[in-house]
Design a protein around this ligand. Structure first.
Ligand SMILES: Cc1cc2nc3c(=O)[nH]c(=O)nc-3n(C[C@H](O)[C@H](O)[C@H](O)COP(=O)(O)OP(=O)(O)OC[C@H]3O[C@@H](n4cnc5c(N)ncnc54)[C@H](O)[C@@H]3O)c2cc1C
Ligand code: SF4
Length: 471
C-alpha cells in the first residue's frame, strides 16, 4: 500500500541541548521500517522531475522502489551507478533545491526525503555488505598512469572512475589527510570522518595510490609529473583560499578565517583533549556570512562552549544560501541570526583583542545581476555587537600556485581554471574540475566534474594510442 501521508517520516536526532555538548552526528538515520515507510510515499512518477533536479541524474524512483521492497543492496547499487559517494551526498547535498525541491509530493505537503533514503541505502551497505571495503570486481590494469591533484570529492571521484577503467592512478594531497573539505571543513557532527575514510579505503582497495603531504607546484610540478610518466593530470585542488572583509580591525586578536577555525577543529581535532591543537574557547562569537561554512563555524563555536553565537548576514533569511536543515538545526542550538546586518568595523581593546563588531542595518533593494536583491545600508543605523571573536565566512577563492608554476595553464579573472566542456584546461593533457574551476560550489557538482573529466581523460589517452589512419 502506498503511503499517502503529506509529511515525510521524521529522522531521529540528538536533542539540541544534548548535542551542543558533543561533536557526534546530529541526525541519527532511519531504521529499516522508517526507510520503507518513507520510500512508500514515492509515486514512482513516469517522468520523474526529481531526477532532473539531481546534478548526476541518479535514477531516484528506481532506487526508492528497491527500498520500498526492502531490497537495500539493490538500492545502493542503483545509486552508485551514477554517484560514488552516496553516504556523503545523502548527508550534505542541498536536496531542498535539487531532487526533493522538484518532487511532485512537495506540491501538497512535504517532498519525499530523497537524501535520507540515499543515506539509508549507503549506510545499510556499509554495515551489511561484506564487499563494502573490497573492490567491486577485479579490474584489469591497462598500463596507463594518471595523476590527480587534490583529494576532495572532485579528485576522489575522478580517481575512482579511472581506476575502474583500469588506470594506474595516484592522488597527490597537500594536507596530511585525504578528503578535502569533507575532512577539513565539514564538521564531524554533520559528516562523520569515518565515512570519508571508508570511501578512501575503498579507492585504495581498487588500487588507487593516495600520497599525502605533497603540494603539487611546490614538492613537485605538473611538468615533473609528466616527466615521471603520468600521461594525464586532473586538477581538483578546490577553492581553499579564504576571503576577508577588508574592514578596519581585521588584524585584531580573535579574528579568524572560517577555514582556519574549521581546520583546527575538524582536521586537527582541537575539540578532543587528546590532541595538542591549540584553540581559544570564546564566550561571544560573531560569524560573518550566510553559507554552509558560516553555519558550520557558528555551530562549532557553540560546541566549544560559546554562550552567545551570532550569524551576521547582510541579506534576509530568504536569500541565505546555507542548507535548510543546517539553518534549522542552528536555530534549535540557539544560534542567533542577525539578518540584514553588515559589519563595518571590528572593535578592540588596548591589548588588541576583539571586544565587538560594529554593524549597520540593511534593507533590500532591486535584484542584482545574479537575481538576488541588493542590500542597501540604512543611514545612521550603526550599532556595536559585543563579542570576543569574529569569524570571517564570506567565501573562498582558488589558490594560484598551479597556474603560477605550470606553463600554458590559464585562469579567469576570478582565479578559476579555464576548462572546456570535457574538463580539458588550456594545457594539453591537463584536466580540471570542482571548486578549482567553478569557485566554491557543492560536493555533488565537484563529483560530477570529476566524473566528466575521468571519461574524457580516458578518451584523451585512448586517442593518443589510436593508430593514425592514411599515413
Ligand atoms: C565548511 C564547509 C561546508 C560545506 N558544506 C557543504 C554542504 O553541506 N553541501 C555541499 O554540497 N557542499 C558544501 N561545501 C562545499 C563543498 O565541500 C565543496 O564544493 C567541495 O568540497 C569541492 O570539492 P573539490 O574536490 O573541488 O575541492 P576540495 O574539497 O576543496 O578539495 C581540494 C583538495 O585539494 C588539495 N590541494 C589544493 N591544492 C593542492 C596542491 N597544489 N597539491 C595537492 N593538493 C592540493 C586541498 O588540500 C584539498 O584537500 C562546504 C564547504 C565548506 C568549506
Ligand atoms: S518526483 Fe517525488 S514522487 Fe515522483 S518519482 Fe521523484 S521522489 Fe518519487
Amino acid at each position: 500500500m502506498p503511503n499517502n501521508s503529506p509529511a515525510s517520516v521524521p529522522m531521529p536526532e540528538q536533542a539540541p541541548l544534548e548535542r551542543v555538548e558533543n561533536f557526534s552526528e546530529v541526525s541519527l538515520g532511519y531504521s529499516a521500517e522508517a526507510a520503507i515507510e518513507e520510500a512508500m510515499r514515492c509515486l514512482n512518477c513516469k517522468n520523474p522531475p526529481c531526477v532532473t533536479g539531481c546534478p548526476v541524474n541518479i535514477r531516484i524512483p528506481q532506487f526508492i522502489s528497491h527500498i520500498a521492497s526492502g531490497r537495500f543492496e539493490e538500492a545502493y547499487r542503483e545509486i552508485t551507478d551514477t554517484n560514488s559517494l552516496p553516504a556523503v551526498c545523502g548527508r550534505v547535498c542541498p536536496q531542498e533545491i535539487q531532487c526533493s525541491g522538484k518532487c511532485v509530493r512537495g506540491a501538497k505537503g512535504e517532498p519525499v526525503a530523497i537524501g535520507r533514503l540515499e543515506r539509508y541505502a549507503a549506510d545499510w551497505h556499509a554495515e551489511n555488505s561484506r564487499s563494502a571495503a573490497l573492490p567491486d570486481k577485479e579490474t584489469k590494469k591497462n598500463g596507463h598512469r594518471v595523476a590527480v591533484i587534490g583529494s576532495g570529492p572532485a579528485g576522489l571521484t575522478c580517481a575512482g572512475d579511472l581506476a575502474r577503467l583500469g588506470y594506474d592512478v595516484t592522488v597527490f594531497e597537500a594536507l596530511h589527510k585525504a578528503g578535502g573539505v569533507l575532512v577539513y571543513g565539514i564538521p564531524e557532527f554533520r559528516l562523520p570522518k569515518e565515512i570519508v575514510a571508508r570511501e578512501i579505503r575503498g579507492l585504495e582497495a581498487r588500487g588507487v595510490n593516495v600520497v599525502t603531504n605533497t603540494v603539487i607546484g611546490r614538492t613537485m610540478s605538473i611538468d615533473e609529473l609528466f616527466e615521471e610518466g603520468y600521461e594525464a593530470v586532473f586538477i581538483g585542488s578546490g577553492a581553499g583560499l579564504p576571503l576577508f572583509l577588508g574592514i578596519p580591525g581585521e588584524n585584531l586578536l580573535g579574528v579568524y578565517s572560517a577555514n582556519e577555525y574549521l581546520s583546527r577543529i575538524n582536521l586537527m581535532k582541537a575539540y578532543m583533549c587528546e590532541y595538542d591543537t591549540p584553540i581559544k574557547r570564546h564566550r561571544r562569537v560573531a560569524v560573518v556570512g550566510g553559507g554552509n561554512v558560516a553555519i558550520d563555524a557558528s555551530r562549532c563555536a557553540r560546541r566549544l562552549g560559546a554562550e552567545e553565537v551570532y550569524i551576521v548576514y547582510r541579506r534576509s533569511m530568504e536569500e541565505l544560501p546555507a542548507r535548510a536543515e543546517e539553518v534549522h538545526h542552528a536555530i534549535e542550538e540557539g544560534i542567533v541570526f542577525k539578518l540584514l546586518t553588515n559589519p563595518i568595523r571590528i572593535v578592540g581593546d588596548a591589548n588588541n583583542a576583539v571586544t565587538g563588531i560594529e554593524c549597520v542595518e540593511m534593507a533590500l533593494g532591486e535584484p542584482d545581476a545574479g537575481g538576488r536583491r541588493r542590500p542597501i545600508e540604512k543611514a545612521g543605523s550603526n550599532f556595536v555587537l559585543s563579542v570576543d571573536a569574529v569569524i570571517d565566512a564570506i567565501g573562498t577563492a582558488s589558490n594560484h600556485l598551479l597556474q603560477q608554476t605550470t606553463d600554458g595553464l590559464e585562469a579567469n579573472a576570478k582565479g578559476c581554471l579555464v576548462t572546456d566542456s570535457t574538463g580539458a584546461t588550456t594545457r594539453d593533457g591537463v584536466f580540471a574540475g570542482g571548486d578549482a574551476v567553478t569557485g566554491s560550489a557543492t560536493v555533488i557538482l565537484a563529483m560530477g566534474a570529476g566524473k566528466n573529466a575521468a571519461k574524457n581523460i580516458d578518451q584523451y589517452i585512448k586517442s593518443r594510442q589510436a593508430p593514425m589512419k592514411n599515413t
